[in-house]
Design a protein. Structure first.
Length: 277
């Protein structure tokens, strides 16, 4: 069953219903790094010492813009820095893939958007909501809430399609070792991070894509993430027109060197990269 959500904008709780349909998406890679980012604090690894801006990676997140709708996938500890280097002044909803800190720790920096817009709609699994309530209990207080604290409109989602405005969102369940994680598809674009395994039923949701974004941590195998070889095998099975690799560790190597080894339709994403679909 499809679920449809309207969400509140502004202090007077006005409802906005998106009536224009425009399938063209602008995707901004806010961050493309793994949980520690690149460079890693105190590291003398050559990639961490690189002067190439494409080798400097904040924690993983993307911004999706379509007509009047702006969606954020994940809100990690670098969120404030990431948004200051964009022209984004509105976020209509946040989708969380899972509860790990590199995907959620920047939630408090949504406050400027809350001050302008009112409650921020959040879409994620009930398990993630429970984790956020433990870590950020002050945000979810109902009594004696501190003035100026962020307020959210929480929508608990399951592995079924739903709408934000007129934009259909299809969750894609993958496993991050044993932890279920949601990727998301909208239109001809899909974004998956922290995947190690994915079942055939979920792969079927990824057919006929223009662009797939998928995690590729490093060259060597890893317990809970695709390495480069696994990501390339997965891309070959899904067969998008283009694919971008994200959630990248310094152990992947230098951006420019790795890019030269990839097929012509597969790219290492990098911070502040913009693509249109």
């Amino acid at each position: 069953m499809l679920q449809s959500y309207n969400f509140k904008q502004g202090r007077k709780k006005k409802y906005i219903i998106f009536t224009k349909i425009n399938n063209r998406l602008k995707i901004t890679f806010l961050g493309t790094g793994t949980s520690q980012g690149i460079p890693i604090i105190g590291s003398n690894h050559p990639v961490c010492l690189s002067d190439n801006p494409k080798d400097k990676r904040l924690r993983v997140s993307v911004l999706i813009e379509c007509e009047d709708l702006t969606l954020l996938i994940d809100c990690g500890p670098d969120f404030r820095q990431q948004l200051l280097r964009t022209n984004c002044s509105q976020i209509d909803a946040v989708l969380f893939t899972h509860e790990h800190s590199d995907h959620t720790a920047g939630i408090d920096d949504l406050r400027p958007f809350y001050f302008r817009q009112g409650n921020i709609p959040v879409y994620t699994h009930a398990r993630v909501v429970a984790a956020l309530k433990k870590r950020f209990s002050y945000i979810f207080e109902n009594e004696n809430k501190y003035p100026g604290v962020l307020a959210l409109d929480v929508h608990k989602i399951e592995n079924t399609p739903f709408f934000i405005g007129n934009k259909k969102i299809i969750p894609i369940e993958v496993h991050h070792h044993k932890l279920p994680v949601f990727g998301f598809r909208t239109g001809d674009f899909a974004y998956i991070t922290d995947a190690k395994t994915i079942c055939d039923e979920e792969i079927e949701k990824l057919k006929n894509l223009e662009v797939l974004v998928i995690n590729a941590l490093r060259l060597e195998p890893h317990l809970s993430h695709f390495n480069l070889e696994e990501a390339l095998i997965f891309i070959e099975r899904v067969k998008p027109k283009k694919a971008y690799l994200t959630h990248i560790s310094h152990h992947m190597g230098f951006h420019d060197d790795v890019q030269k080894t990839l097929p012509e339709n597969i790219f290492l994403a990098y911070d502040e990269l913009n693509i249109s679909i």
